[in-house]
Design a protein around this ligand. Structure first.
Ligand SMILES: CC(C)(COP(=O)(O)OP(=O)(O)OC[C@H]1O[C@@H](n2cnc3c(N)ncnc32)[C@H](O)[C@@H]1OP(=O)(O)O)[C@@H](O)C(=O)NCCC(=O)NCCS
Length: 214
């Protein structure tokens, strides 16, 4: 990958370690009286079933508010995109053994258990479910399926931490490559982290690949 390795971060966000411990970082929570940004910590952890409601909110707001370059506020396009973003579907994706799903949780940065070590199905704490501000998922074969966050935490390192978590899991599974179909809105983000169109299919520019370094 060209550029700096996103696993090594100068601003305090780091990806989950190979042993499964969580990634930590901060999101901007507001502005102090003196005008400086107030940061709140977040952690990347496995999605839990009780996160499903909140994940749906994150997905729907992210698509509606951050992906205008894709849907152009066309009700038909937007409606079709949002149609499968339901609590029932999200719960099924969390439970699926073929899907790895993580969330960015700004409720705490000190999880009481190792949140990345098992496929958890119960939320560690309902308060934390309400603090979910981003979500990402990948198939066990390395297809990145989701990477979305709330508009208020955009450009604060959450996306990078989520992507790191997926890439770390792909490496842990011995995968050599990850792929995704990018939105127009996120194209620059993925390019920043080494995702490129296939040389065999340059015309289909929304389909991006990245070869993982060990
Ligand atoms: C794409 C998305 C996940 C990025 O998340 P984010 O938390 O805002 O990104 P980060 O703050 O981690 O940014 C990391 C770096 O990428 C850059 N970046 C982020 N979004 C970018 C964009 N759209 N174009 C170019 N660069 C971008 C940041 O400037 C930052 O660069 P820096 O390290 O040089 O400062 C988020 O904007 C989002 O949810 N977008 C809408 C949903 C979407 O399209 N998801 C992709 C589905 S395939």
């Amino acid at each position: 990958m060209k550029g700096r390795d996103p696993a090594v971060d100068e601003t305090g966000v780091d990806g989950p370690a190979v042993d499964g411990t969580a990634a930590h970082g901060t999101v901007v929570e507001g502005t102090a009286v003196d005008g400086t940004a107030v940061h709140r910590p977040f952690v990347i952890r496995l999605a839990a079933l009780t996160d499903a409601d909140r994940i749906v909110t994150v997905l729907r707001r992210s698509i509606t508010e951050l992906c205008v370059a894709d849907h152009h506020n066309d009700p038909g396009v937007l409606g079709a995109w949002l149609e499968n973003k339901t609590v029932a579907n999200v719960r099924a994706w969390i439970e699926s053994p073929r899907t790895y799903m993580v969330v960015a949780d700004r409720g705490t940065n000190t999880p009481d258990t190792d949140p990345m070590s098992t496929k958890s199905v119960d939320a560690p704490d309902p308060v934390r479910a309400a603090a979910v501000c981003g979500v990402a998922s990948m198939s066990t074969t390395g297809a990145i399926l989701l990477c979305y966050l709330l508009p208020e935490v955009q450009f604060t390192g959450v996306g990078r931490a989520l992507l790191n978590a997926l890439e770390t899991e792909a490496r842990r599974r011995g995968l050599r490559e990850v792929s995704l179909e990018s939105t127009v809105s996120a194209r620059g983000f993925y390019s920043r982290y080494g995702y490129r169109p296939s040389s065999n299919d340059p015309a289909n520019s929304s389909l991006l690949f990245k070869v993982l370094t060990p």
